[in-house]
Design a protein around this ligand. Sequence first.
Ligand SMILES: Nc1ncnc2c1ncn2[C@@H]1O[C@H](COP(=O)(O)OP(=O)(O)OP(=O)(O)O)[C@@H](O)[C@H]1O
Ligand SMILES: [Mg+2]
Length: 385
Amino acid sequence: MTRRQAPRPALDPRGHVVNANRPMAFVADESLLDDLLKLAVAAACELERVPDVTAARQRWSTAPLVLLDQKGVAECMAESMPPRGAIVVVATDPEPPELWKQSMEIGAERVVTLPGAEPWLVNALADAMEGPASNAGKVLTVLGARGGAGASVFAVAVGLTALKAGDNTLLIDCDPKGGGLDLVLGAEEEKGMRWPDMQLSAGRVAASSLHMSLPARRSGDAQLTLLSGARKGEGPAPDAVAAVIEAGRRAGEVVICDLPRQLEAAAWSAIDRADLAVIVTPAEVRAAVTAKQLARELSDRGASPQLVVRGPSPGGLRADEIAASAGIPLLATMRPEPQLAQSLERGMFHPRPRGPLTHAAKTTLNELATVSSRTHRGHTLRTAS
Ligand SMILES: Nc1ncnc2c1ncn2[C@@H]1O[C@H](COP(=O)(O)OP(=O)(O)OP(=O)(O)O)[C@@H](O)[C@H]1O
Ligand SMILES: [Mg+2]
């Protein structure tokens, strides 16, 4: 039997072990590089400065994040570097002419200009140190086509199904008037923070502190963590929603956001980060009409929602007919969950293992696992402030 050898650690010229997880900067502009090194210190990040394109090539495929200035972009293009994700092009404001075009050509994820984008860059550097993006979790938003559509119940059902499948899961209640998702989960008596108790500074939170301070459910080694509303106080701010979602994503969790009917800034913050948006609709004509309006709002914002139809249908409409009239791809159909109202009342909701909710939840989780991540869709974004 041959024993597999541990990979050799990378060494610097003096023979010291280097952290292969370091982001790389190929930046010729000395003053810009100085700024980046300061931001890296603020992010507790070891930023590796590479002096030339040969050194850049050595780290090209392994660095979790690549920062390039205009000259770096030009040299990498001249060297025909292979495509990769997580390339960020940096410049000092104002953005130089042609930079945008060059950045798109090299497949950059984003062009950022300093000083406006400093906070964004600090977060990106800190994120890059936390682990490779391939472990990133996926984000699902759940919306109802009308009040009482079954969105919150479905969001919790997806969360519990993911937990049962062994996935660490973060369930986020983004509906300040929804009565609290802890009630749906039967966790309203449980200790732990709710939205009004959360003090998020610098737009960043660690998943580990969420795990310690929020109500949770466990199954084997997996944990479902719930951030619920509290039937009092303000709803979460958009930045707070973003910080919590990104914490879950960085930690590789399945992140599920239950959204309100009224889409305000905090809800859009979740939608903008979602890899998949699901609209739950009862099988009724009027709900199909409002689902269609909602889908249009979402697609105007760049999201591509899919439909979950909940029976029964009072008018005998089939799910595919509802989906066709709403103009939304049909993801799943579910019959009414037996005994649901009673189990919710008793605070003992759990989707039946072979029931309609579990079946639709599994279909949704499979779809979530296969959609390409929102963060890697190949659009070049601009961040200046
Ligand atoms: N899968 C289901 N099967 C049977 N009944 C359901 C199902 N989902 C929801 N319901 C019923 O609909 C009620 C409302 O569900 P839920 O709170 O999930 O709707 P919602 O879309 O989140 O509503 P809101 O507009 O208040 O946010 C539940 O209390 C339950 O009685
Ligand atoms: Mg709800």
